[in-house]
Design a protein around this ligand. Structure first.
Ligand code: ADP
Ligand code: MG
Length: 291
């Protein structure tokens, strides 16, 4: 190999908004033939709009303030939407303690001595919450393609929050370009299958794995590799870190979590999905030049 050409390729990448960690990452990028995209914050804007607040007792503002209390301690895109909405309505957000993120599931904390969980049904069940009363409510919003999050206080379900998160501009075109280049594209998401479906349709991805925890995303990457694929994983979140590390190439979305950045071989300087096919094309061109 001619290191000069590789360095030049890396330099061209940086100018285009693609930062390559090292020369090996560039060489691995050139061989990628499958790309797994995270959904929330990667294929979607990750700035979800809170479109519904449904409290079981009818007190929506109280539900929102309770959720915001624990979400203030989370760096998840959904958390920002919750806190912003609560602040926008001028609600008094109670103080939460012992806040813990559960990547892929949600966030838990303590508010006024009660354990509060905000996340999917799995998280609530883990906290001994009786989920039956809100499952129908969740299903109704999920059927509309929304991301749905449940809120519990102690063992009582308190209500649901529903979010709409639009695909990023360029996401469909990026998927199209990858496919034109002979690269298989799949979506891996911690979100529900119902919420994932409209996004998958909008961007043109056929293979979707939903309800995936960080370990499930990692397993999906391993399965693709077992099929003989050289896999790039593109993600933005803490929940993507194991998959980013296990992939032949980890690509961190611009503006994502620090841990995603640390585990990736390629960092996108902007949250633009089109930088993914651009990065792979650049890598292939660069490596072809030196052979
Ligand atoms: P993706 O894999 O698409 O990026 P995540 O794994 O980040 O999605 O989130 C998947 C699901 O986990 C969300 O749809 C939500 O139910 C739950 N979740 C994760 N983090 C949070 C949070 N901070 N607040 C509420 N729900 C969360
Ligand atoms: Mg994400």
């Amino acid at each position: 190999a001619t290191p000069a050409a590789l360095v030049a390729g890396a330099g061209a990448g940086a100018r285009a908004g693609v930062l390559v960690r090292d020369i090996e990452a560039l060489e691995r990028a050139a061989r990628v033939d499958a790309v797994a995209f995270d959904k929330t914050g990667t294929l979607t804007a990750g700035r979800p709009a809170l479109v519904a607040v449904e409290a079981i007792d009818g007190d929506g503002p109280k539900l929102l303030a309770l959720a915001a209390a624990v979400e203030r301690g989370s760096e998840h895109p959904l958390a920002g939407a919750v806190v912003e909405a609560a602040e926008g309505q001028g609600l008094a957000i109670p103080r939460a303690s012992n806040v813990e993120a559960r990547p892929g599931d949600g966030v838990v904390g303590e508010v006024d001595g009660a354990r509060v969980a905000v996340g999917g049904v799995r998280l609530l069940a883990q906290n001994d919450v009786h989920t039956a009363p809100i499952e129908a409510l969740m299903a109704r919003h999920a059927a509309l393609g929304r991301t749905v999050v449940a809120v519990s206080e102690g063992r009582r379900p308190r209500g649901v929050l529903a979010f709409a998160d639009a695909p990023r501009p360029g996401a469909a075109e990026a998927v199209g370009q990858l496919r034109d280049d002979g690269v298989e594209v799949i979506m891996l998401t911690g979100d529900s299958a119902e919420a994932a479906a409209p996004v998958a349709r909008a961007v043109g991805v056929e293979r979707v794995e939903a309800g995936a925890r960080p370990a499930d995303k990692l397993a999906a990457i391993a399965r693709l590799q077992a099929e003989g694929r050289r896999v790039a994983m593109v993600g933005d979140g803490v929940n993507d870190a194991p998959a980013l590390a296990a992939a032949d190439l980890g690509i961190a979305m611009g503006g994502g979590a620090d841990v995603a950045l640390e585990t990736a071989g390629v960092a996108l300087l902007r949250p633009d999905p089109l930088l993914v096919p651009a990065a792979l094309r650049l890598a292939r061109r660069t490596v072809a030049t030196i052979r």
